[in-house]
Design a protein around this ligand. Sequence first.
Ligand code: NDP
Length: 486
Amino acid sequence: MTSVSTKPGTDWEYAPAPESREIVTIQREYNLFVDGEFVPPATGESFTTLNPASEEPLARVAQAGEADIDRAVAAARKAFETSWGRLPGRERAKYLYRIARAIQERAREFAVLESLDNGKPIKESRDVDVPLAAAHFFYHAGWADKLGYAGFGPDPRPLGVAGQVIPWNFPLLMAAWKLAPALATGNTCVLKPAETTPLTALLLAEVIAEAELPPGTVNVITGDGRTGAGLVAHPGVNKVAFTGSTEVGKQIQATVAGTGKRLTLELGGKAANVVFDDAPIDQAVEGIVNGIFFNQGHVCCAGSRLLLQESVADAVLDRLKRRLATLRLGDPLDKNTDIGAINSRQQLDKIEGLVAAGEAEGAQRWSPPCRLPAKGYWFPPTVFSGVSQSHKIAREEIFGPVLSVLTFRTPEEAVAKANNTPYGLSAGIWTEKGSRILWMAGKLRAGVVWANTYNRFDPASPFGGYQESGFGREGGRAGLAAYLNA
Ligand code: NDP
C-alpha cells in the first residue's frame, strides 16, 4: 500500500485495512454455464485469469468454441420457446427479484471477487458495482409485468435469443445491464464476459442457477474475442448487445448488417468535463477526480478531457494537484485505496503508449509523488496540461488514469471544443448558473450530460451515446425498447 502524499502536514498514513478474501472460494477451474448446468467446453481448452494487482493466477476458465456456442444458443432458444418465453411478466418478475436479493445477500463475496479479478478498489466494487447491479435487477423486475403500459403498445413481444458481449471494466455491472432488461422483457440470453474478468459473471450464473430460472434462460460462455465473434455471428441469435471498444463495435456492426438481427452498441468515449469561472471549485475538483480517476479511468464515459475557463484554470489545476496528492494507490482489497491496478498488461501498454505520445507532442505531464507496487500492473494518476485539440491525448480514448487539460474563454468555445470529437457518450458542466447548464446541455452532442456532478448512474436513467460511441440506450424505459418488438 502506497500513500501518494509526501508534503509535511498532509501526509496521512493509514494503517492497512484489507478486506478479507476468505469470503470467496475461488475454484481452480471454471466450466461454461449452459442449459442450467456448469459443463466442460467441447474444445477441452481453458485460459488463466489473473489478479492484475499481483499477477497471481486466480483460476483456469473454459474457452468456448463453436460447438459450445451452438449448444448455448440452442439452450436459449429452447427456453425461449418452451419455458421463459412463455411465462407471464409477473412470474418473470419474481425470478428477477430473487436474483436481486441474492446479489445483495452475497454482496461482499461479489465485491471481493470483482476486486481480485479486475483490480478495482474494494470501496468501488462494494459501494458502486455490486449495489448498482442489484438495483438493475430490482428496477427491471418492476417493469416485467407492466410492459403493456410502457408506451410500446398493449402487448410488446420479446425478440428471442439475445447474444450479449461485455467488457472488463465493470464485469458484474455490465452483466446486470445486459441480463436484467433482456429477462424482464421475456428474452433469453447467452452472455460472453471479457477474457480478463470472467469470475463474477460465473458467480452470477451460480446465483441464477440457485434462483431456479428455467434451464437455458441464461447461459454464460467464457472465452476470448473469437467466442464473442462467434456468438454475434450465430444465426440463432435475434439480438446482439455489445459494450466495448469502438473498433470491435464496428466489426460487429459489419457482421450483423443485413441479417435482420437487432443491435445495440455501447462503445468508447472522450468526454469533456467543462468548468466555468463561477463553478464551486472544491466541488468541481471532487467531480474532476471522480470523473477520471474512478475505476482507474477504465470508464467509457470518463471525463478524460478537462476544459477549464481560462480565468480560473490555474486555480483549479493547483487545487486539483493538491487533491491528487492525497489519493492512495495500492492494494485493491484495502478499504482505504482510491486507485487500484490497471486491468491487464495489454491495457497498461496502451496507456503507456498514449502517455508517451502526449509527452512527445509537447504537453506537460504531472503526477503526484507515488511509489508503484513492484508486482502487478500500475499507473499513477496523471495530468497533462498545455494540451491542444490536435494532440493524440485529446482525441483518443486512453482508458486509464490520465487527464488531458485544455482551456477556453467563452461558452461558445467550450461547446465547440467539447464537441470536437468523433465520440458522443457523456459530458459534464460545472457552473452556478442554471440557464447556462440548460444552454450547454442543449448544445453538447453527448448521450448523458451531468451538471455539477459526474459519473452518476441509476437504472431508471437511460445511458448510451452518439456517433462513434454507439447507439441504443441501456436503462430506463428507453432501455426496454432495445429488447422488444414494439
Ligand atoms: P474489446 O472491445 O476488445 O472487448 C470487449 C468485449 O468484446 C470482450 O468480451 C472481448 O473479448 C470481446 N471481443 C473481442 N473481439 C471481439 C470480436 N471480434 N467480436 C465480438 N466480441 C469481441 O475491448 P478491449 O478489452 O480489447 O479494450 C480495448 C480498448 O477498448 C480499451 O483500451 C478501451 O479504450 C476500449 N474499451 C471501451 C469500453 C467501453 O466501456 N466503452 C470497455 C472496454 C474497452 P476478450 O475480452 O476476450 O477480448
